[in-house]
Design a protein around this ligand. Structure first.
Ligand code: SF4
Ligand code: SF4
Ligand code: SF4
Length: 589
């Protein structure tokens, strides 16, 4: 499985090289530009990737994949003794209401002895967060439930690491809760819509909390492989009931609401945002404001209900509604909650901000390579996946991009190659416009038809019979091919004429076959001469035979027999001449 793939450091998101078609969409869509192009292949750059899963969703070829951990989960359940599952509350969006209770039963059938909702951990996280925010009320805070946000801040906004609330995510909080309440040994499997949680579970400080992370897509595959049909399952209850509001965690505002804070969009103290652009806007805002602000960011648009592995085609607001409906039915009995010590964590500064100075000269050199030294040539078209030519030049210097990714440059290069081929062709090439006027020609054409560029703009009839082109223009034929003698130029050409419909132009290609034709003519003349000589010889032999017959007084019959034999001899000679001519022809053609 891994043989034909390139895995990330954490083996979470990788490219299947065989399927990659070099379209740069993943480069364009990756919010942190963690895709490196090399030799026409897209690679995920592990040190830059925050496992948000965007490229997996966006690749039109399905060439980006998320590591499949079903086998690990199956082994944990089969061999590891007691197994517990932490099910993300966004399951309510991925599965319709009639399947909720059945899904719990199905998980039990797969072998899980404990089935609980991650929302239990979320309630603990919200309580711990509220305490910290209250204690440090003079500073701004960034909530840390979303691992893609945490990774982003650590790597790309290290100056904000101190604003991250030092509390684990609901997944880790719930896993610790399970281990504490069930006692070891227990294998914990988290199931949700999130790819980044696979990477989160592998962080050294979280090791031993979650044994395996599956997406909803993986869960469905597993159920199918085991032949577990939700429609055929009985209903079952979760082993533990989460606190009511915590089930809103996958939605914008859910975290803050569970903290007991207002989610009024006009409340200036709180910013509940989702999606990369909103998130970066909100983080930028922290630089602009002195007022302590709490940012509740979720990396995916509309929160976890828009997660990369939320494998449903339902509208994102419908998914949100499903979670709201589900949460409304929940038991609001508060859980017994642990102290914050169990939930504490720390973040690191994994800064990927390039400290290496990139000189203007280096950037100019790369721009030069693709003919973009002049500002007016910097189209900033985004076809390479980067917003500007300059950004792409910097990516080339950093080893993330290749100069050849510039499509306008490659197009121009290809056109230059074509121009070169046409210029150096030994065959005459002419291009006409829709009125059969000459647009251009190559040197061979100028030589053959003894003309110069001054004929451009004049009708082709000025140089030759325009009939083949007229047939194309009349739409009678799509290709006219023939051998034409151009007496005026003392030349015989094999000609191919065809239209360029999109450009409303016509092309003529002229292969000079004059020499081949004259060889053929000479051969034909030789053959005629040979036959004439043979006939002359025959006549002489017949005359000689008559003379001999008369002289010897032999009868007419014998004379005729002799004549027949001489005729035969003559015919044979003619055939021999023919075959000799053929041999010459073959030898010289
Ligand atoms: S999106 Fe990326 S991985 Fe997918 S085909 Fe295009 S370049 Fe390849
Ligand atoms: S998973 Fe996200 S960060 Fe990683 S390469 Fe894909 S889009 Fe970029
Ligand atoms: S918003 Fe939710 S699904 Fe998306 S990366 Fe964050 S935690 Fe994962």
């Amino acid at each position: 499985m891994i043989s034909n793939v390139q895995a990330t450091t954490q083996h979470v998101v990788y490219t299947n090289k065989a399927q990659c078609r070099d379209c740069y969409r993943c480069v364009r869509m990756c919010p942190v530009k963690a895709v490196r192009m090399q030799d026409g292949q897209a690679y995920v750059e592990p040190s830059r990737c925050i496992a948000c899963g965007t490229c997996v969703r966006e690749c039109p070829q399905g060439a980006k994949s998320v590591r499949d951990d079903v086998e690990i989960a199956r082994r944990l359940v089969r061999d590891g003794g007691r197994a517990a599952v932490s099910l993300a509350p966004s399951f309510a969006a991925a599965f319709p209401a009639w399947q909720h209770g059945r899904l719990v039963a199905a998980l039990r059938r797969l072998g899980f002895g404990y089935v609980g909702e991650t929302a239990i951990g979320a309630a603990h996280v919200a309580k711990a967060t509220a305490e910290i925010v209250h204690r440090r009320s003079n500073r701004s805070h960034v909530c840390t439930a979303c691992p893609a946000v945490v990774s982003y801040v650590e790597r790309y906004r290290p100056q904000l690491v101190d604003n991250l609330i030092p509390v684990v995510s609901p997944m880790i909080a719930h896993a610790r809760h399970i281990r504490r309440t069930l006692g070891e040994p227990v294998a914990v499997v988290f199931i949700g819509p999130c790819v980044a949680k696979k990477a989160e579970a592998e962080r050294p400080e979280h090791r031993g909390a979650v044994d395996c992370v599956l997406t909803f897509a993986e869960l469905r595959r597993w159920l199918e492989a085991e032949g577990v049909d939700l429609a055929a399952c009985e209903e079952s209850e979760f082993d533990e009931k989460p606190a009511g509001e915590a089930q809103l965690f996958p939605l914008e505002g859910g975290y803050v609401r569970t903290m007991g804070w207002s989610t009024d969009v006009l409340d200036a103290r709180v910013l509940c945002v989702s999606g990369f652009d909103e998130m970066t806007d909100a983080l930028d805002f922290l630089d602009d404001t002195a007022q302590p602000t709490v940012i509740e960011p979720l990396f995916c648009t509309r929160g976890c209900v828009g997660g990369p592995a939320m494998d449903t085609d339902r509208n994102s607001f419908s998914r949100r509604k499903r979670v709201l409906d589900y949460a409304r039915k929940a038991d609001e009995r508060p859980n017994e909650q642990p102290g914050a010590a169990d939930l504490a964590t720390a973040f690191r500064r994994d800064s990927l901000i390039e400290t290496r100075e990139i000189s203007e000269e280096a950037i100019r050199n790369v721009l030069n390579m693709t003919g973009k030294a002049a500002e007016e040539n910097q189209l900033n078209c985004g076809a390479c996946g980067y917003s500007t030519c300059r950004e792409k030049a910097i990516a080339v210097i950093r080893g993330l991009a290749e100069p050849e990714m510039c499509l306008p440059y490659m197009k121009r290069l290809a056109e230059q190659r074509v121009d070169r081929i046409i210029e150096t062709s030994p065959n005459g090439i002419v291009i006409l416009d829709q009125h059969l006027q000459i647009l251009g020609m190559n040197p061979a054409f100028r030589r053959y038809f003894r003309c110069s560029d001054t004929v451009c703009g004049r009708p082709i009839a000025h140089l030759m019979d325009p009939e083949p082109f007229e047939r194309l223009a009349a739409g009678q034929e799509q290709l006219v091919e023939r051998t034409v003698t151009h007496k005026k130029y003392d030349m015989v050409c094999h000609q191919v004429h065809y239209p360029l419909p999109e450009d409303k132009q016509y092309v003529g290609i002229f292969v000079n076959v004059t020499n081949t034709q004259s060889s053929q003519t000479k051969l034909d003349e030789l053959r005629v001469q040979t036959v004439l000589q043979a006939r002359e010889l025959l006549n002489q032999q017949m005359h000689l035979a008559e003379t001999v017959a008369t002289a010897l007084g032999e009868n007419t019959a014998r004379g005729e027999a002799l004549l027949d034999r001489l005729m035969l001899l003559a015919e044979q000679q003619e055939q021999d001449e023919d075959s000799m001519a053929t041999s010459w022809k073959n030898a010289y053609s």
